[in-house]
Design a protein around this ligand. Structure first.
Ligand code: AMP
Ligand code: GLY
Length: 428
């Protein structure tokens, strides 16, 4: 069987790693892939957003199953395109991907379906948005409606800060089309978790909950990044929370998507805030999260390939057994380039330590040059996942290995999973 993985980051490496671990005979091709995935299969020089190039590749290679990693090709309609040619493809259609690509669509769907989430209103005129900010008072949240590479959200602690965000998004053209519509949203408090679920549009197979760490600095300080690390499981994401998430979040959302004529198939990612009133949706994503995937999949004991293949073929998941996860813990520590999340330098030679048992180094922003030297190529360079009996144990092993990776300007956080470590330390 031949699988095409679209994308080339740590998430796609983790998907390739899990599939290869399940079936050594599987032929894996990644577009564009990365040097880590190349150890498990081969890379094709086709960009993740080159839909025509990917179509030609799938046809030429007689691909049996295509798995789409990032949101950009989903937003470009890769799934609609592949399906029209009868290619089995894992992911949502362009219309269904709006659950992520349009915050307005997602919010209206949730509010109509009674899915717990912060109340919000959408505005295109700055004056109206400013009036809403005054009505709600600070803290208040201002969001650009479209895809803004994770930078379209301002949690404003004052009215002035909210006004600045509105001016930047609606009047300053900071996010292009993505910012021509803003949501002004009620502020929520609580810890955040990420819950992934595989779905055929109706049936739901949830995965173990994870928590990511978006800030650059230890203790969750400093500017936001694409993610500096993640861990799983999360003790406060109890079985009761998982039940509520299934009954009140996943099922009504999928029903509303079917009713809206755009059933969601693939991987639905619920970003939840565990508020004093129960879990509430902060956002949905239409794909696996990065770097959460790098801890969730190494803990997954049941097959990923089987449900993915069923979903991609349009088969039902009715009667599928729940997904099984190890009772161990996983922590992934991102090793980022100097300057990240600002301007980074690329092309620095990377030296990796000898492989270690229960430690997996996923490639995120690396290239191999003509001489075979591994070099940095992007902000997040590598992410080091370690397993352990506890999160504290996994954290220690992850950090130890990550610190032995050498390249100019390498930076990492040594505290991924700190909330969980503190919880355990405080436990009787
Ligand atoms: P989003 O891109 O919608 O996930 O938002 C990015 C981050 O902003 C989230 O991970 C939260 O930490 C924060 N955030 C978003 N919406 C809210 C809200 N209504 N209340 C408090 N924090 C929020
Ligand atoms: N880890 C957050 C995301 O993938 O969007």
């Amino acid at each position: 069987m031949k699988v095409l993985i679209v994308g080339g980051g740590g998430r796609e490496h983790a998907i390739a790693w899990k599939l290869a671990a399940e079936d050594a005979q599987l032929e894996i091709i990644a577009a564009p892939g990365n040097p880590g995935i190349a150890l498990l299969g081969r890379n094709a020089k086709v960009a993740a957003t080159d839909i025509e190039g990917l179509t030609a590749l799938a046809r030429r290679e007689r691909i049996d199953l295509t798995i789409v990693g990032p949101e950009a090709p989903l937003d470009l309609g890769i799934v609609d395109h592949f399906r029209s040619m009868d290619f089995a493809v894992f992911g949502p259609t362009k219309d269904a991907a709006r659950i992520e690509t349009s915050k307005r669509f997602a919010k209206e769907l949730m509010l109509a379906a009674g899915v717990p989430t912060a109340s919000a209103r959408t505005f295109t005129r700055a004056d109206d948005a400013r009036a809403e900010v005054r009505r709600l008072g600070a803290p208040v949240v201002v969001k650009a409606s479209g895809l803004a590479a994770g930078k379209g959200v301002v949690v404003a602690m004052s009215i002035a800060e909210a006004d600045d965000a509105i001016a930047m998004m609606l009047e300053g053209n900071a996010f292009g089309d993505a910012g021509h519509e803003v949501l002004v949203e009620e502020f929520m408090t609580g810890e955040e978790i990420s819950v992934f679920a595989l779905t055929d549009g109706t049936h739901v197979l949830p995965m173990v909950a994870a928590q990511d760490h978006k800030r650059i600095g230890e203790g969750d300080t400093g500017p936001n990044t694409g993610g500096m690390g993640a861990y799983a499981p999360v003790a406060i994401a109890t079985a009761a929370i998982a039940d509520v998430t299934l009954d009140r979040v996943f099922q009504p959302t999928l029903r509303a998507m079917r009713d809206a004529g755009c059933p969601f198939t693939g991987l639905l990612y619920a970003g939840l805030m565990l508020t004093p009133d129960g879990p509430k949706v902060v956002e949905f994503n239409c794909r696996f999260g990065d770097p959460e995937t790098e801890v969730v999949l190494p803990l997954m004991q049941s097959s990923l390939l089987e449900p993915m293949r069923a979903i991609a073929r349009g088969d039902s998941l009715a009667g599928s057994a729940p997904l099984q996860f190890s009772s161990r813990a996983a922590v992934t520590t991102v090793v980022a380039a100097g300057g990240y999340p600002g301007k980074v330098q690329s092309g620095d030679a990377i030296a990796l330590p000898a492989p270690e048992k229960e430690v997996i180094v996923f490639h995120a922003g690396t290239v191999r040059d003509a001489d075979g030297v591994l070099r940095t190529s992007g902000g997040r360079v590598l992410t080091v996942t370690a397993l352990g009996d506890t999160v504290a144990d996994a954290q220690q092993r992850s950090v130890q290995h990550a610190q032995r990776i050498r390249f100019d300007g390498a930076q990492l956080r040594r505290d991924i999973g700190w909330r969980e470590v503190a919880r355990r330390a405080g436990a009787p």
